[in-house]
Design a protein around this ligand. Structure first.
Ligand code: IMP
Length: 545
């Protein structure tokens, strides 16, 4: 309980206090009723949601009261000295020691939680986001564009997302595309219309940042032209125009969503940009008049969804709402931290939450790193633990086929390999994961032995971190350790103890090597095939096994 601070930090004006208090309690009430309705409408989607909103006993009521008081504290600004300190504390537990007083208990606190990809993308973030998002009031994307992609199957219906946060499936959530996202409006509207055909009309609860930059068709063409020019050295982009759109942003001749509100200004900027692109790429033809006509036709619809999402998101935070950031792409594709130049053109790591949404780092608490139990990558570039995928009967073929490793956005076969601990440690260092979501453990079922890439060696020396040079990367030797596999079907496991001993060993060994609790474990293809070990358990005691 932290409300003792409340009384010390009351504003001088009691009228102001009364109105703040009323607002906070109202916010807290509406949040609770939303959450209850979510459980009903979601019909058992989320184990987390169910246990969080069980019929109220005394403990539940006290918990409620505590949450409300926390909301009030936040609203009063007392959070700078107490609530947010608590949030910061939960984001940075003492090394290798995690309090264990809430084992198995799921509790989503108000504030911002983030789900990030920690490898080279396609780690299966969507499944966790899908489960978690049922508990959140706001679901946001902060970086990348339609290069991301994931599929969610709900009651036999398949939903494919590229630009929309998958939290859109929670009909109580507002979805935000923050200023860091680059938006190809035709794709965005198509996705929205497709969703409507599937029975989900989300248009009135989607907010687009007025500062988000636009991806135009010609950016996509330029993406293709650039790749073609690079020939054998191509990046292997998704050709969704992401790099060229961010290049326009950085060159300061990009066009932002908010520009559509003043179409004369938009038109002037568009003509200049189109002209610049055609001059820079001989052979590129842009139907300027046709494009302007299209953008004029959709301007009103888009403008209705456009707002200052910085103000919106921070207001929601102040009201004690729960905000979930759905990371796109992944840390090793980060323009700064990834395997440059074989990367995307944004920062899909933790920094993008701040720069792509406009929130303070003090407001973030859960930072959930998603990693496959093995490793994949699409496109070109270094991949130290890569296995041969094409050879019939090989382990690589097993991972590719059993893991259904083909890209959602491009359909390309993903490259596959063993889990890479030095890479994961690097990703953990950058992002400060508070918990790990280990996905697709079931794909390893049936392998006699499982390897873990334990360390990198170069010129006879063990490396302490990820090398930046492509040359060093290509000369790396990976040191592996080998663990015994398992053959039992693990898809029905719902508790850690339900896993075969060798699967438990594998998870615990990965956790020990990373030094971060593995909270979620994906154990099958279906939506609910997941183990949630809950928050806050003692990592050091697990290590002893
Ligand atoms: P771009 O983002 O389309 O420019 O592609 C740059 C690199 O990032 C390519 O290797 C892509 O395959 C990769 N990439 C981009 N987004 C994703 C993703 O969501 N999952 C996996 N790879 C991605």
């Amino acid at each position: 309980m932290m409300y003792s601070h409340l009384f010390k930090s009351l504003p001088a004006s009691s009228a102001a206090f009364a109105s703040v208090l009323a607002g906070a309690v109202a916010a807290s009430k509406s949040e609770r009723s939303d959450a209850n309705e979510t459980v009903v409408s979601a019909g058992g989607w989320s184990k987390l949601t169910q246990c969080h909103h069980k019929s109220k006993d005394v403990v539940g009521m006290l918990h409620d009261l505590d949450e409300r008081l926390e909301n009030i504290e936040r609203t009063l600004g007392a959070s700078s000295s107490c609530s947010s300190t608590a949030a910061t504390t939960s984001a940075a537990p003492p090394k290798n020691k995690y309090h264990n007083d809430s084992v198995g208990k799921s509790k989503t606190l108000p504030g911002i939680d983030v789900v990030l990809g920690s490898q080279w993308g396609d780690e299966g973030k969507g499944k966790l986001v899908d489960i978690l998002s049922q508990e959140y009031d706001v679901c946001a994307r902060v970086a990348g564009g339609s290069n991301a992609g994931h599929t969610i199957v709900v009651e036999g219906k398949k939903y494919k997302f590229h630009l929309l946060p998958s939290g859109v499936l929670n009909e109580k959530a507002t979805c935000v595309l923050g200023n860091g996202v680059v938006i190809h409006l035709p794709s965005f509207l198509n996705e929205l219309d497709g969703l409507k055909h599937q029975g989900i009309d989300a248009e009135n609860r989607i907010l687009l940042s007025d500062r988000a930059h636009l991806v135009f068709d010609f950016h996509q063409e330029v993406d293709g032209i650039s790749e073609h020019r690079l020939g054998r050295n191509k990046i292997g982009t998704t050709k969704k125009g992401i790099g060229p759109a961010y290049a326009s942003k950085i060159s300061r001749n990009g066009i932002r969503i908010g520009d559509l509100e003043n179409f004369d200004f938009f038109e002037m900027r568009f003509r200049e940009l189109a002209d610049y692109q055609m001059r820079s790429h001989p052979g590129l033809e842009i139907d300027v008049e046709g494009q302007l006509e299209y953008y004029r036709s959709i301007a009103k619809r888009v403008t209705a969804m456009t707002t200052d999402t910085i103000e919106y998101t921070n207001e929601q935070y102040d009201m004690g709402k729960k905000i979930l950031i759905e990371g796109a792409n992944a840390t090793m594709l980060d323009i700064d931290f990834g395997t440059y130049p074989y990367v995307t053109s944004s920062n899909p790591s933790i920094g993008s939450v701040l720069t792509g949404l406009g929130v303070s780092p003090k407001k973030i608490h859960g930072i959930y790193g998603t990693t496959k139990a093995y490793c994949t990558r699409v496109g070109e570039g270094p991949f130290p633990t890569e296995l041969e995928r094409e050879e019939p009967g090989s382990i690589g073929e097993h991972l590719g086929v059993v893991g259904a490793e083909w890209g959602t956005t491009t359909g390309r076969a993903r490259r596959v390999g063993w889990l890479d601990i030095p890479q994961m440690k690097y990703s953990t260092l950058i992002n400060g994961f508070t918990a790990v979501n280990l996905t697709k453990l079931d794909v390893l079922t049936g392998l006699e032995e499982i390897k873990i890439g334990r360390a990198y060696k170069h010129n006879g020396k063990i490396l302490n971190t990820m090398p930046s040079s492509l040359k060093t990367m290509s000369e790396l030797e990976v040191l592996y350790e080998t663990l015994p596999g398992w053959t039992e079907d693990i898809s029905k496991a719902r508790n850690f103890e339900d896993l075969p001993v060798n699967a438990q060993r594998y998870v615990l060994r990965v956790q020990e090597l990373l030094g971060v609790p593995i909270r979620w474990i994906g154990c099958g293809a279906n939506r609910l095939d997941m183990i949630d070990r809950g928050e806050g358990w003692d990592l050091s005691s697990e290590d002893k096994e």
